[in-house]
Design a protein around this ligand. Structure first.
Ligand SMILES: [Mn+2]
Length: 339
């Protein structure tokens, strides 16, 4: 498959391929709060590079959701947890550093400074809108529905995918496209998925590993959050508020809010949803989704975050009520006038 549309992008694509072909010992990073696309892209890339005779490691920012263990356990390279001590001891030993599925300093916060101190050997492969980390080369395809989709193309430059690369990359593709129903799902997405299935990935296995692993605590939390959901701006905006108390009472973990924000989008009138989850340190972790019209990446950016047009996030340090008010008025300014 050809790389991407513009000259800039195809130049950075060639530069990334050349850099990876010349690499010997590679550390692969991804964003905090990793998801299947993040770790699927990491392990898929590790398989591709291991197949080309390279060594390396996959680096995670803790905590990593238990639900992703099945991907990380299949890594051909050791998986390490990032810490300042790990960084001081090991980072300089890698001749090549790669960041996948993000290009945002904020999402790499614990390691951003350390990574930028090696910017001359740092590559980034991403599909998000707002790059700000300093690298030797960043390849960004914001039309790709997942970073894993880009990795499948990258695999073709290295002679194809082995069965485990195919499996971990299909995990990333399916998760980031909502099993092929998000806007970013394109012919190239489906072509990449077909290559994965051809190389041995099984959609039924991945559906079970990714979609049928919830805890009872998560569903108790979900019940509470849906009960207390608020619908504003003429029913077009859904607000989900999760105070810390709800996590404590139900026993749900912080990452078990995953997917919850999509539920109110099933309501015909709702065109945007905001979910605010209070963290133990008092900061509000905010997720934003929209069906159409509203660019939630722009909204998130107003609060120091980022993401995609239809899915974005940020962190806000204020009371739940103040944050809801600020987000609601910012979304209201983007609301289309009803016909
Ligand atoms: Mn992604």
């Amino acid at each position: 498959m050809p790389p991407s549309s513009t000259t800039d992008e195809s130049q950075s694509w060639r530069a990334i391929i050349e850099g990876l072909k010349a690499a010997r010992h590679v550390a692969i990073f991804t964003h905090q709060r990793p998801d299947p696309d993040a770790v699927g892209s990491q392990v898929g890339l590790a398989e591709i590079l291991a197949g080309a005779g390279k060594t390396g490691a996959v680096i995670e920012f803790p905590p990593v959701p238990e639900s992703l263990a099945f991907i990380l356990e299949s890594s051909p390279w050791p998986v390490a947890e990032f810490s300042p001590a790990w960084s001081a001891e090991h980072l300089a030993k890698f001749d090549t550093l790669v960041v996948v599925d993000t290009s945002s300093r904020e999402q790499l916060a614990p390691a951003a400074e350390a990574l930028e101190s090696f910017a001359d050997r740092l590559y980034c492969i991403d599909h998000h809108l707002t790059p700000d980390i300093r690298t030797k080369c960043t390849y960004r395809d914001s039309a790709a529905g997942s970073c894993a989709e880009i990795m499948v193309r990258l695999g073709q430059e290295f002679g194809g995918l082995n069965a485990n690369a195919a499996r971990t990359l299909l995990a990333g593709i399916t998760a980031d496209t909502g099993w092929f129903h998000f806007e970013g799902t394109s012919a190239r997405t489906l072509q990449a998925a077909a290559l994965c299935v051809q190389a041995g990935a099984r959609p039924d296995e991945l559906w079970n590993r990714l979609m049928q692993q919830d805890s009872v605590a998560k569903w108790r939390l979900t019940g509470r959050v849906l009960q207390t959901a608020e619908y504003t701006l003429n029913g077009r905006l859904a607000l989900l508020k999760i105070p810390l108390k709800d996590f404590i009472d139900t026993g749900a973990k912080s990452w078990e809010t995953e997917g919850l924000i999509n539920l109110p989008l099933s309501i015909a009138d709702v065109i945007a949803c905001v979910c605010l989850a209070e963290q133990p340190d008092g900061v509000l972790r905010v997720s934003l989704r929209s069906k159409h019209s509203i660019n939630v990446a722009d909204i998130a950016a107003q609060f120091g975050g980022g993401g995609h047009a239809r899915a974005a996030g940020c962190r806000i340090r204020s009371s739940m009520d103040d944050a809801c008010q600020a987000l609601t008025s910012s979304i209201e300014r983007q609301m289309p006038t009803p016909a």
